[in-house]
Design a protein around this ligand. Structure first.
Ligand code: PHE
Length: 346
């Protein structure tokens, strides 16, 4: 057996005729490394009978010699070729160095940071929750009725677990409100950025994941006027003093009353363009007064405390800032797109 192998490998080595340094390296890896053929034959040698050892010891040593000589010969052949003529390995030391490209911040990170900074100056702290949530935090605690259509399979990614405690990929950052309120008592004043998921077909206008920033303020005597004032300030900081703002009544299970907020289109300044579908206005967030049921679900006395909440999509805000018309650009990681934004580390 061992003898046969040695004979066979000997033939292979004798026939070895490399065409490149690459072939030589392949030879070394096959025969000469610690898990290579030569070592493994020596291992096998330990297991044969002592008569065989007497005969094969010499044969095996010769085989080893052959493999090493062949490798030496072959590597000299190719190294010499590489070294002939100019000595390339040293290179031309007078050439200028190769510059390296400095990366740039992703536009969504830039805008998220900008949003967070505005609220931090108003005393909001940053909070985070989980992207994988349970039904309670994403829906039930937020006052969604059991048969509410938003729980529908079409909007939510449900993840079946073996233990029966199925989970969802959170569909909004409102779940972080619940996590925050469950773990303390008012006052709460937090800003909560994060990624959210919805079961949507991917197109220029929809994606299966995107980013939101949630805001929550709960204390004694918080009013809708506080909410409006805070959001007015936010919009003017982000889009400039001359930006107009309007609120429209809306519905969310977790706020009452609820509203959506529009701003005058930052691209055409309200004159009408493709971005605002000629209306001059674009919706940028949903908001309202935290529903007393939500406060109670989180163990907070709704007679004593009130609060407001708002949630906005970072992609939408970014699109309006940079006139981006296709959501897919944000996740394709094409450097030609990404490098157009600020490179400065902020
Ligand atoms: N969670 C809502 C959404 O995903 C936004 C929202 C947040 C509305 C907070 C009101 C209050 O659209």
């Amino acid at each position: 057996m061992l003898q046969d192998k040695i004979t066979q490998y000997t033939q292979e080595i004798e026939a070895f005729a490399p065409n490149s340094a690459h072939d030589v390296e392949a030879f070394r890896l096959k025969f000469l490394v610690s898990k290579g053929v030569v070592k493994s034959l020596f291992e096998e040698f330990k297991t044969v009978s002592s008569e065989e050892k007497r005969v094969l010891g010499k044969v095996l040593n010769e085989f080893k010699q052959l493999a090493e000589n062949k490798f030496k010969e072959a590597s000299e052949q190719f190294n010499n070729a590489a070294d002939s003529g100019q000595n390339k390995s040293e290179g031309d030391l007078t050439l200028p160095g190769e510059g390296f490209q400095v990366g740039s911040r992703h536009p969504l990170s830039l805008v998220r940071k900008e949003i967070v900074e505005i609220f931090k100056k108003l005393g909001f702290v940053v909070a985070e929750g989980n992207e994988i949530e349970d039904d309670w935090h994403n829906f039930s605690a937020l006052n969604f009725a059991p048969e509410h259509p938003a729980r529908d399979m079409q909007d939510t990614f449900f993840v079946k677990k073996q233990d029966g405690n199925d989970v969802v990929l959170r569909t909004h950052t409102s779940s972080v409100q619940v996590r925050l309120m469950e773990n303390g008592q008012p006052p709460f004043r937090a800003i909560m950025p994060g990624r959210v998921y919805r079961n949507e077909a991917i197109s220029a206008r929809a994606h299966c994941f995107f980013h939101q920033v949630e805001g929550l303020y709960v204390d004694e005597e918080v009013s809708f006027a506080d909410l409006k004032q805070t959001l007015y300030h936010f919009v003017k900081e982000l889009y400039g003093e001359d930006t107009k703002v309007r609120f429209r009544p809306s519905y969310f299970p977790f706020t009452e009353p609820s509203a959506e907020m529009d701003i005058s289109c930052s691209i055409c300044k309200g004159a009408g363009c493709q971005m605002c579908k000629q209306s001059g206005w674009v919706e940028i967030l949903g908001c309202g007064m935290v529903d007393p049921n939500v406060l109670e679900n989180c163990g907070i006395d709704s007679k004593k405390y009130s609060g407001y909440a708002f949630g906005m999509g970072i992609e939408r805000i970014t699109n309006l800032k940079y006139e981006i018309r296709d959501l897919r650009l944000f996740s394709e990681n094409d450097v030609r797109f990404l490098s157009q934004f600020e490179t400065e580390i902020i």
